[in-house]
Write a protein that binds this ligand. Sequence first.
Ligand SMILES: *[C@@H]1O[C@H](CO)[C@@H](O)[C@H](O)[C@H]1NC(C)=O
Ligand SMILES: *[C@@H]1O[C@H](CO)[C@@H](O)[C@H](O)[C@H]1NC(C)=O
Ligand SMILES: *[C@@H]1O[C@H](CO)[C@@H](O)[C@H](O)[C@H]1NC(C)=O
Ligand SMILES: *[C@@H]1O[C@H](CO)[C@@H](O)[C@H](O)[C@H]1NC(C)=O
Ligand SMILES: *[C@@H]1O[C@H](CO)[C@@H](O)[C@H](O)[C@H]1NC(C)=O
Ligand SMILES: *[C@@H]1O[C@H](CO)[C@@H](O)[C@H](O)[C@H]1NC(C)=O
Ligand SMILES: *[C@@H]1O[C@H](CO)[C@@H](O)[C@H](O)[C@H]1NC(C)=O
Ligand SMILES: *[C@@H]1O[C@H](CO)[C@@H](O)[C@H](O)[C@H]1NC(C)=O
Ligand SMILES: *[C@@H]1O[C@H](CO)[C@@H](O)[C@H](O)[C@H]1NC(C)=O
Ligand SMILES: *[C@@H]1O[C@H](CO)[C@@H](O)[C@H](O)[C@H]1NC(C)=O
Ligand SMILES: *[C@@H]1O[C@H](CO)[C@@H](O)[C@H](O)[C@H]1NC(C)=O
Ligand SMILES: *[C@@H]1O[C@H](CO)[C@@H](O)[C@H](O)[C@H]1NC(C)=O
Length: 478
Amino acid sequence: MRLSLTSLLGSSLLGSLLVSAACTSNTTDTAGLQQLIQAGGEGYKLQLCAGQIYEISEQLNYTALNQEISTEGYPIDDTRATLKMVGFNKTTSVQAQDAGLSGAKLMNIQINGNRLESEDIYTAGGGNIEFGGQNQNQIIEHVRSYDPRGWSCLHLAEGTFNCLNITVQNNDIGPCGRDYFQNWADGISLSCADSLVQNNVIVDATDGGIVVFGAPSSVIRNNTISVQTRTMLGGINMVDVLPWLPEGNFSNTLVEGNTIHGGFATDMGNATFGSNNASAIIKIGIAVGPDVWFSDGRYGTNQSTGATIKDNVLSGALAYGMGVSSAKSFIISNNSFTGNTSFIGTYGPNCTTGTKTPHEPVALLLEPSSVTDLTLTLPENSQFQFVNGTALGLTCLMPPSGDFWPYGDGFNSGAATSSGSGDATTTNTASPSASSGSSSTPTQGSSSSASKSILNGSPSGVVFALTIGMIAGLITAI
Ligand SMILES: *[C@@H]1O[C@H](CO)[C@@H](O)[C@H](O)[C@H]1NC(C)=O
Ligand SMILES: *[C@@H]1O[C@H](CO)[C@@H](O)[C@H](O)[C@H]1NC(C)=O
Ligand SMILES: *[C@@H]1O[C@H](CO)[C@@H](O)[C@H](O)[C@H]1NC(C)=O
Ligand SMILES: *[C@@H]1O[C@H](CO)[C@@H](O)[C@H](O)[C@H]1NC(C)=O
Ligand SMILES: *[C@@H]1O[C@H](CO)[C@@H](O)[C@H](O)[C@H]1NC(C)=O
Ligand SMILES: *[C@@H]1O[C@H](CO)[C@@H](O)[C@H](O)[C@H]1NC(C)=O
Ligand SMILES: *[C@@H]1O[C@H](CO)[C@@H](O)[C@H](O)[C@H]1NC(C)=O
Ligand SMILES: *[C@@H]1O[C@H](CO)[C@@H](O)[C@H](O)[C@H]1NC(C)=O
Ligand SMILES: *[C@@H]1O[C@H](CO)[C@@H](O)[C@H](O)[C@H]1NC(C)=O
Ligand SMILES: *[C@@H]1O[C@H](CO)[C@@H](O)[C@H](O)[C@H]1NC(C)=O
Ligand SMILES: *[C@@H]1O[C@H](CO)[C@@H](O)[C@H](O)[C@H]1NC(C)=O
Ligand SMILES: *[C@@H]1O[C@H](CO)[C@@H](O)[C@H](O)[C@H]1NC(C)=O
């Protein structure tokens, strides 16, 4: 649109020119911030001040095309301004989902959902950040989102299936939710099509690290997902056959080159395993197909359909590295394990409420009877192969108690640095540095990985399965 002199002198544009000179300080209350966005109109940038905390009583709404909320100077560290939700019974801090909000940007800011230690999840309401909807070309980058009161740290909604092309990159996400029943929250919940989710670091989300709701033609790549203080149900989930239609439409969605780290030992045990002071595992590294998640058959014979999952790398303690069931026309190739791993879990009470009890923990689980047209290839020298078995309701597994966690890179440092630092190492592990047992010397060579399963039937029917790859520097690339 060409600007006329009249519109240039219009009060709203003039207003935005005036306030763009300096950041808006946190003496401005929520209504005042909203008023600036409203008055600023199209293209307005609300620049918050570095180092300041803005206690907001209700969600800030984008109101016109191409608006931005960011911290002045675009810092990427803890000096990013923080929006802290303090409103009674409110869950969302920023919203850009109404029609006419294409090009919205949220950049270099922190969103503290402010769910208190003592609080249960707020079951009504949305995620910390609600973007997408009936819009295109939005951007979320260098944003830290944590402690949502609701179900997600970052939700990108499908709108009326016309959401397109959101870019979500270089964000640090988590913690999100708690790891007790139905108090979980996602890291990133992607339901907008044609979108790009890359280079994000997600620590301690408790539901899915990244949940892909179909989101046809999206690319999810080079994200790092790990656990430190709480158990995560799924690293990357492709289990939701709704909302995109026909049910299970994941067509042309690509999940590639992501790193998923389950828990590592925080305390010494024996030469190969230690305990984890949070009992943190990822139950399913990559979950494919509704049955893997939902044990009640609520989606009938629907299948997740049409995506490619390749070049992802897993490590640490997981119940299952990948679980695949009720999937169609998926290409699943060159996904590998690195460093030390263990596949652990005990059958929880809800493992017996479905029609079938899941297969015991294992690196790669496939339920062949429920899949169609699957292209399944592993790296040539893969330590693990797909095992056929029941892959129904795998989130019912519980972290075991005991010394079952593998040692991470430089024992006790774990795989990921503290949340918020925006960095996580993806390098291979060395041998456990604090180990005293001579028998722990890692074997060299890709064919000699120490791989074992331990079935431990306790009186309560507890089953463990453990496997470890003790090959220092093993890269399962071909
Ligand atoms: C503004 O931010 C500063 C720095 O974090 C904080 O100490 C102060 O309480 C905040 N003021 C208001 C009104 O929220
Ligand atoms: C943002 O929009 C919601 C929904 O319309 C509304 O309830 C809320 O009050 C708005 N936020 C502000 C700060 O006005
Ligand atoms: C909290 O908000 C939800 C709607 O978002 C509403 O259904 C619920 O009644 C509210 N709870 C309280 C205690 O006000
Ligand atoms: C997608 O959105 C980004 C960010 O706004 C923009 O740079 C890019 O041109 C868009 N792509 C298409 C195909 O519109
Ligand atoms: C992958 O993501 C990390 C952030 O976790 C980033 O530092 C790195 O540059 C990204 N790699 C590529 C190739 O973009
Ligand atoms: C999946 O959804 C996309 C986007 O709406 C659509 O273009 C495509 O036709 C759908 N796939 C099938 C098999 O219907
Ligand atoms: C758990 O272990 C980690 C790694 O040693 C340590 O940083 C953390 O403080 C411990 N947490 C608790 C609650 O002991
Ligand atoms: C697919 O799931 C929907 C619920 O979303 C259900 O209504 C429908 O019956 C299912 N279709 C099949 C073939 O099971
Ligand atoms: C397999 O995946 C690994 C890890 O992402 C990557 O380094 C390697 O290049 C991939 N191999 C092939 C043949 O694409
Ligand atoms: C099992 O499911 C029931 C509800 O069906 C729930 O109350 C209980 O907390 C669940 N148990 C576990 C360990 O998740
Ligand atoms: C798994 O089942 C498929 C299909 O029934 C079969 O082709 C394959 O050989 C089985 N794999 C193993 C390891 O038993
Ligand atoms: C280490 O401890 C685990 C769990 O207690 C056990 O299963 C494993 O056999 C032990 N390994 C060695 C080498 O003692």
